[in-house]
Ligand binder design. Structure first.
Ligand code: FAD
Length: 439
């Protein structure tokens, strides 16, 4: 009987277990997890924070699902991997012996390195426990400072504002998410937040967190201003948890390096999810995604291959549909400035690909809350950002991810007065009809 060990009970680990079970019903699958709450939707934490989603709806699996998976749950921390011996050391129990192992350890929030950062109520949003702690503290607080950028910081801002706190949002740069959004898009998000009563502080960082009796009482900014608050929440980046792989001598860079079968530099050790650094056929580089769907797909491919299959993981165009300052937003492919304004890393809920500045021409159309920006290559659309009205979200996802040849409409799209949305929609409808005819 083959023994599989999976470290991490996030979506990558669970998908791997699912995939192994489709091939091998009798195998022993050990699932090692240090999260007392098991498997739940991490993207859902943002909606739990705002109060839009009750906690029980975060849990995706039913009792029947667990029974079907038939896992041997091991609660605790995996502390050392010995690939040659095929052993995994654990903090609370005897070492596990395995035939094949998956590292699906995800990421952890990058810590804020300023005086006072270890005070109580300096908080991060990694797990369900963190979310519960933030909510508990929010009930006792009147004012919060949020520091960071990208997806997670704005989710914290929105969550705390929804709980009626006065929120101060500190931006390192002149505007929100400047390595991804253009000026109009950033301002749109900022205006919406300000409308909700959020105070935005551009070009501002925390110089020191001030405390009283071990808890946060305020912050001193890099401009010398002091703001009183009872909590500071931080989302300045996320780091893949590569330590087990690193100490075991596996090849790592920013993440654990894997080939297209999700195998690491040791043939019996695989890695998947946020922690995996995967070959990107578009750029020829190995990149990181911190997104739910890629984590699930990588876990599936890893599980099938661990069970003796030959599944190839092909990195797809990175997509997320999310809310920024209350505005529904779809982000697809490469749309960034090519800069990374976070020296630490990038955020959960985003992809390294987005930040790239492709060799393209940008065309944009907007009116109020509805914004559309396309990055046009010679024959394809390299990336798209859609805010507000989302009718074009699916068509754009398809046109970008399938690299549809847009030659017939390219000149129209480049025309200054082009009704971009209408041209794209008609083209997509026609190309869908064509595809179906020959399918
Ligand atoms: C608040 C929030 C909002 C997000 N929003 C979005 C979104 O809008 N869209 C989107 O696509 N993605 C979003 N994401 C990102 C998405 O949730 C992740 O990409 C996905 O969960 C990654 O799955 P994973 O299995 O790789 O890792 P994780 O879900 O991080 O799971 C890894 C698990 O391994 C455990 N672990 C780590 N080391 C050890 C060890 N040594 N021993 C035992 N256990 C260990 C960890 O505690 C963790 O439970 C969001 C994430 C967060 C936190």
């Amino acid at each position: 009987m083959t023994r599989y060990a999976i470290v991490g009970q996030g979506v990558a680990g669970i998908s791997a277990a699912e995939a192994i079970r489709t091939v091998d019903r009798s195998a022993e699958i050990f699932m090692v997890s240090n999260d007392p709450n098991g498997f739940y939707s991490r993207p859902g934490l943002a909606y739990y924070l705002t109060g839009e989603l009750p906690e029980e709806q975060l849990f995706i699996y039913s009792r029947d699902d667990w029974r079907r998976l038939n896992l041997k749950q091991v609660k605790g921390e995996a502390i050392r991997l010995l690939p040659k011996e095929h052993k995994l050391a654990l903090d609370h129990s005897a070492p596990l012996e395995y035939d094949r192992l998956l590292l699906a350890t995800g990421t952890t929030a990058a810590p804020l390195a300023v005086p006072g950062a270890i005070l109580k109520n300096v908080m991060y949003l990694d797990h369900l426990e963190d979310t519960r702690a933030i909510l508990k503290q929010a009930r006792r607080s009147r004012t919060a400072v949020v520091v960071g950028g990208g997806v997670l910081a704005i989710e914290l801002v929105e969550g705390l504002a929804a709980r009626k706190l006065q929120v101060h949002f500190f931006l390192r740069g002149a505007r929100y998410w400047s390595n991804l959004l253009d000026e109009v898009e950033s301002r749109l998000v900022e205006e919406r937040l300000e409308h909700e009563g959020v105070r935005i502080h551009p070009n501002t960082e925390i110089a020191e967190i001030l405390g009283r009796s071990g808890s946060v009482s305020g912050v001193r900014t890099t401009h010398g201003e002091t703001i009183g608050c009872e909590m500071v929440t931080v989302a300045i980046g996320a780091r893949p948890r590569i330590e087990l792989a690193q100490v075991a001598g596996l090849e790592v860079e920013r993440g654990i390096l894997v080939n297209e079968t999700m195998q690491t530099s040791h043939p019996d050790v695989f890695a998947a999810g946020d922690v995996g650094q995967v070959y990107d056929p578009l750029t020829g580089k190995k990149s990181l995604d911190m997104l739910w769907n890629p984590a699930r797909e990588q876990g599936r491919a890893a599980g099938l291959n661990m069970a003796g299959g030959t599944a190839i993981y092909q990195r797809a165009v990175a997509v997320n549909v999310l809310r920024l300052g209350g505005v529904m937003t779809t982000i697809i492919g490469a749309i960034g400035s090519g800069k990374n304004d976070s020296p630490l890393s990038f955020m959960r809920g985003s992809s390294e690909t987005w930040q790239q500045l492709p060799n393209t021409i940008a065309v944009a159309k907007g009116g109020g809350v509805n914004q559309l920006r396309l990055l046009l290559g010679e024959r394809t659309i390299a990336g798209a950002l859609l805010m507000g009205e989302q009718t074009l979200s699916l068509p754009l996802q398809e046109l970008v991810s399938r690299q549809v040849d847009i030659t017939p409409i390219r000149a129209q799209l480049l025309h200054a007065d082009a009704p971009l949305g209408q041209v794209l929609m008609e083209f997509w409808l026609n190309s869908s009809v064509e595809r179906k005819k020959y399918a």
